[in-house]
Design a binder for this molecule. Structure first.
Ligand code: PGA
Length: 271
């Protein structure tokens, strides 16, 4: 992938001149596939088989697959012997007890899950998860040694009103207020503009870089160390250009994670 210091990006990406990764970038790229509510035992087995076959041996990027809860054991099992790790799509903000239908962080750790997506916009919007609940989920995830992938992102209204950074600051502050910033050394962030998720629209490099740089500034001292993924209609055809940007450390994928060839092409672009 492109490692030059400065790059004139393709006209399709907006004819902007942006700082791209220096060759000494230290953050290892990470690609996370979020299957959402898709798949069944048979389909998953075929998809996992194709992905592991295409990602054998040593690689220059980390890969995580997040299946629905019922298929976590199947995924962990299919990925054993590969470097690909398993994650969950959400977790309960409670530790244990009478919470019907919920799944605890300890249960996920017990199944050998390593990551948990937290605060995905579909859950913030459809399940009405508040910033405070998201913060509690972050706490539970780290309490058992799992790595949270904390998602933030603005709606189209916020973006059009020029309030996108305000929204992101609010979502981050809720977690900072609960846990501080130091614990982000064991966390991953993901910027997912709501208007780009599942819509085929991708943030321009300039839009993504603005927010990623803002998030690094919010993290303070850890800003340069934390991996910040971009999510929202990342596909094989646009992954390489996004990954070349200085502040993008990989991707959180929805649709593209359900197709082995597409997924592997993106993982390879991240190396
Ligand atoms: P998408 O989803 O890649 O299908 O846009 C991204 C996400 O929800 O993480």
């Amino acid at each position: 992938m492109l490692k030059s210091s400065w790059l004139r990006l393709a006209p399709a990406l907006g004819e902007v001149l942006l700082l791209t990764k220096a060759s000494n970038t230290k953050r290892r790229q990470l690609v996370v596939g979020n299957w959402k509510m898709n798949g069944d035992l048979r389909e998953n087995a075929a998809l996992l088989k194709a992905i592991t076959a295409g990602w054998q041996g040593q690689h220059g990027a980390d890969v995580v697959i997040c299946p629905p809860f019922p298929y976590i054991a199947q995924t962990v099992d299919a990925l054993s012997g590969s470097s690909i790790m398993t994650g969950a799509q959400t977790v309960s903000e409670q530790e244990k007890g009478a919470y019907t239908g919920e799944v605890s962080a300890a249960m996920l750790a017990d199944l050998n899950c390593k990551f948990v997506i937290i605060g995905h916009n579909e859950r913030r919007r459809m399940q009405r998860e508040s910033d405070q609940q998201v913060a509690e989920k972050f706490v539970q995830t780290q309490r058992v040694g799992l790595i949270p992938i904390l998602c933030v992102g603005e709606s189209l209204d916020d973006r059009e009103a020029g309030k996108h950074l305000q929204t992101i600051a609010r979502q981050l502050d809720a977690v900072f207020e609960r846990v501080g910033k130091a614990v982000f050394s064991d966390a991953v962030l993901a910027y997912e503009p709501v208007w780009a998720v599942g819509t085929g629209k991708t943030a321009t490099p300039a839009q993504a870089e603005e927010v990623h740089q803002f998030m690094r500034a919010q993290l303070g001292e850890l800003g340069e160390k934390v991996r910040i993924l971009y999510g929202g209609s990342v596909k094989a055809h646009n992954a390489e250009q996004l990954f070349a940007l200085a502040d993008i450390d990989g991707a959180l994928l929805g649709g593209a994670s359900l197709d082995a060839d597409e997924f592997l092409a993106i993982c390879k672009a991240a190396e």
